[in-house]
Write a protein that binds this ligand. Structure first.
Ligand code: DAH
Length: 358
């Protein structure tokens, strides 16, 4: 029995000392494996006399159970320790500074176009597009600006060398030729807006050789000047986010509209301070009119049945007014400091900018 006590102590010490699963498994084999020490003693029971065998058998069974329990308990300890060590190794240091992210900005021209499209889109206009390189007919003649018309001089046109199909090609001086392309290629009614690049040979604080316009065209059987006025008053108020912005229609002249008007909005200019809204002064912001019957005819539309209105606005001018940008040339200098200052976060998804129908 003393031998058994020594064996118990030996095995228990070994179990307690096993540092990992592999060492514990070795200890288990040494004690309880096929050739283990307890197993060997059990095999010896057969040669004993019955009394001794009974006594020794019970003692060995008890020892076997004890050692097996101890091994299980140690196994659980080792596994927990291994999990803890793994967690310790994988620990994320939440105090580490984050890597700097470079976030782009939306250019004010893109933002302004998106705002204009959002407002007019909500009114039911669809976006149409046309080519930047136009022929003389679409850019001028079809819009009732014949070759000798004085309006041609005002456009400071960039002409491309040579001719195509007997036509001089130009960089379009306005988005109005897309009115022609739309009316030629579809059936009325039309309700389109045309955001796009336009080109004129001009360069100063308020002009750039490449600039942007948004054109509008509505043609239907009953379209009248009241629709034109309602649409543009609502647009100006939504765009500048001023419910009571004064809007005035002043008689003007464009070859492709009759009658024609320019739209002014109210403003104040006190001691060099400029503000949009109620005031004693007016600021011109866009051109418009009822589509000239000659333009409808040029597109194969019967002016006795259909009539429409059109408008055109300069995106740079609207962006400068809304966001207080003093020099138009800075739009195209690609200065990142400027873009950081005047640009928009990508998440500023153009909303209704104040909303319609308030
Ligand atoms: N195309 C004109 C321009 O570039 C702007 C314009 C005025 C367009 C009146 C229109 C309009 O459609 O009706 O100066």
């Amino acid at each position: 029995m003393d031998d058994l006590n020594t064996l118990r102590e030996d095995l228990m010490t070994a179990v307690g000392a096993a540092a990992d699963s592999a060492a514990l498994e070795e200890t288990r084999i040494t004690a309880l494996g096929k050739k283990g020490r307890i197993t060997a003693l059990m095999k010896g029971l057969g040669g004993m006399d019955p009394d001794q065998r009974k006594q020794m058998g019970q003692a060995l069974n008890a020892l076997k159970g004890e050692v097996a329990d101890a091994i299980e308990a140690r196994k659980a300890e080792i596994e927990n320790a291994e999990i803890d060590a793994g967690l310790e190794d994988d620990r994320v240091d939440v105090t580490l500074p984050v890597r700097p992210e470079t976030e782009g900005r939306i250019h004010p021209i893109s933002q302004t176009i998106d705002e204009i499209v959002a407002i007019l889109g909500e009114m039911g206009f669809a976006v149409a597009e046309g080519p930047d390189i136009e022929d003389d007919w679409h850019n001028f003649t079809a819009l009732n600006i014949p070759p000798d018309h004085p309006a041609r001089q005002e456009h400071d046109t960039f002409y491309l060398p040579g001719e195509k199909d007997g036509e001089r090609m130009v960089l379009r001086t306005h988005t109005s030729p897309v009115q022609i392309r739309t009316m030629q290629s579809g059936e009325p009614p039309f309700r389109i807006i045309v955001p796009g690049r336009t080109y004129r040979c001009d360069y100063d604080a308020t002009h750039s050789p490449m600039f942007h316009q948004v054109e509008g065209l509505v043609v239907d059987k009953t379209t009248h000047m009241g629709h034109l006025k309602g649409c543009l008053i609502e647009f100006c108020r939504a765009f500048f986010d001023l419910d009571d912005l004064p809007v005035r229609f002043r008689a003007s002249y464009f070859p492709f509209t009759e009658p024609s008007a320019e739209v002014d909005i109210g403003c104040t200019r006190d001691d060099g301070q400029f503000r949009i809204g109620h005031g004693d002064d007016w600021l011109e912001i866009l051109g418009c009119g009822m589509v000239n019957p000659k333009v409808l005819e040029n597109c194969g539309i019967d002016p006795e049945v259909y009539q429409g209105f059109a408008f055109g606005m300069g995106v740079e001018r609207l962006a400068m007014l809304k966001y207080g940008i003093p020099d138009l040339r800075t739009f195209y200098e690609s200065d990142l400091r400027w873009l950081k200052h005047y640009g928009f976060a990508a998440l500023d998804v153009p909303s209704m900018v104040g909303g319609l129908g308030r």
